[in-house]
Design a protein around this ligand. Structure first.
Ligand code: TXA
Ligand code: MG
Length: 344
């Protein structure tokens, strides 16, 4: 049984003592719920991989209450200091050389010479990390390859019975994972995953940033960027301007009578912030309800690629990608003549 802990002094104290004893506690951050374990205890980290069914080659982000605590585990350069000042606490993860005296276990770091560190925003996460007083490894609290959880109920859908507790701090404000930026070579910052801090905001501090190849799994620097990720059960069709009656529609912007059987609007006002916060709940809702009604898939309206749109599109592209082991792609298409979409 997984305990549900309230976001109160006693709930937080219980959560911290479970973590310190090597147990697993899912907790809300401003991005998504994390599946936390003491990063310094290899057994706790092993339990995280087991609970998630996660491939072991995937390194975890270590979470800290302050930049000072994070920078004890890595070798911070001047750019790291500037970025921390600008964006922490907040949805940015920095990849830096691991410090010689780092107490984070090899299992959490996947034996790499670098370590991903993050200082999340949000009172519950901050207090929990302070009370735990250890680096807390926390991947998103979903089973591997599934949609990330943005509230405590999602966590229980994924992991009930597989973890010790979930600390319920309500829905996540940002709703998308952190941006992962590799600055182990400060002369060449590299975006490993778009996320809650926009590329534009980072460029204002860093200057030019190298971008990942979003179409491939190859990027060896970010072992966790498997192409198929965030996968709903129903197939996903992207950039649809004319949805069909037998589809669930993930809409963006004002709607004028859509034929789709089921609609979740990410944002009536076409706000990318609102869309990010509603994305994972929308995918989950359309997936569950759409499958129940035997719909053929989820159609997604076009979403602009600027600001948080880059991260939203990244997650949706992964949701539509072929699944590992699947013989055919998970994205589906409908001939243009049938669909009424223009070919471009
Ligand atoms: O918002 C978030 O970042 C959430 C919350 C819970 O903090 N966590 C999260 O963790 O999304 P996870 O494990 O789902 O994603 C971590 C990503 C993976 O793509 C992983 O490969 C990458 O960060 N990563 C971790 N350590 C790395 C390293 N040393 N070098 C390169 N990439 C790394
Ligand atoms: Mg994840």
């Amino acid at each position: 049984m997984t305990r549900r802990l309230e976001n109160t002094a006693s709930g937080l104290a219980t959560a911290a003592s479970i973590l310190r004893a090597g147990g697993l506690v899912a907790f809300g951050t401003e991005t998504v719920y994390g599946l936390g374990g003491d990063a310094t205890q290899p057994q706790a980290v092993a339990r995280i991989f087991e609970a998630k069914n996660r491939p072991r080659f995937n390194p975890l982000i270590s979470h800290f209450p302050t930049a000072a605590a994070a920078f004890e585990q890595v070798v911070p350069n001047a750019l790291a200091q500037r970025l921390a000042k600008a964006f922490w606490p907040g949805p940015l993860t920095l990849v830096l050389p691991r410090a010689a005296g780092s107490t984070v276990s090899d299992l959490a770091a996947d034996g790499l010479a670098t370590l991903a560190v993050r200082v999340p925003r949000g009172d519950a996460a901050q207090t929990l990390l302070r009370l735990t007083d250890r680096p807390v490894a926390a991947p998103s609290a979903n089973r591997s390859g599934r949609i990330s959880p943005s509230d405590a109920a999602h966590v229980l859908e994924e992991l009930d019975g597989r973890i010790d507790a979930v600390l319920d701090s309500g829905p996540c404000a940002v709703g998308l994972e952190s941006t992962v930026l590799d600055i182990s070579d400060p002369a060449r910052p590299c975006l490993l995953r778009p996320g809650g801090v926009t590329l534009e905001a980072l460029q204002a501090v860093c200057g030019p940033i190298a971008l990942p190849d979003t179409q491939s799994d190859a990027a060896p620097l970010s072992p966790g960027r498997m192409l198929s990720h965030y996968a709903p059960h129903l197939p996903v069709r992207l950039d649809v301007t004319t949805p069909r009656a037998d589809e669930a529609l993930l809409a963006f912007g004002p709607q004028h009578g859509s034929p789709a059987a089921l609609v979740w609007n990410l944002s009536e006002h076409a706000s990318l912030e609102e869309a990010a916060a509603r994305l994972f709940t929308g995918l989950r809702t359309l997936d569950g309800e759409g499958a129940r009604r035997h719909l053929r898939g989820i159609a997604v309206q076009p979403i602009p690629e600027q600001g948080l749109g880059l991260a939203i599109r990244d997650r949706l592209t992964r949701a539509a990608a072929p699944r590992p082991g699947a013989s055919s792609g998970h994205a589906y298409s409908i001939p243009a003549t049938q669909e009424g979409d223009s070919p471009l």
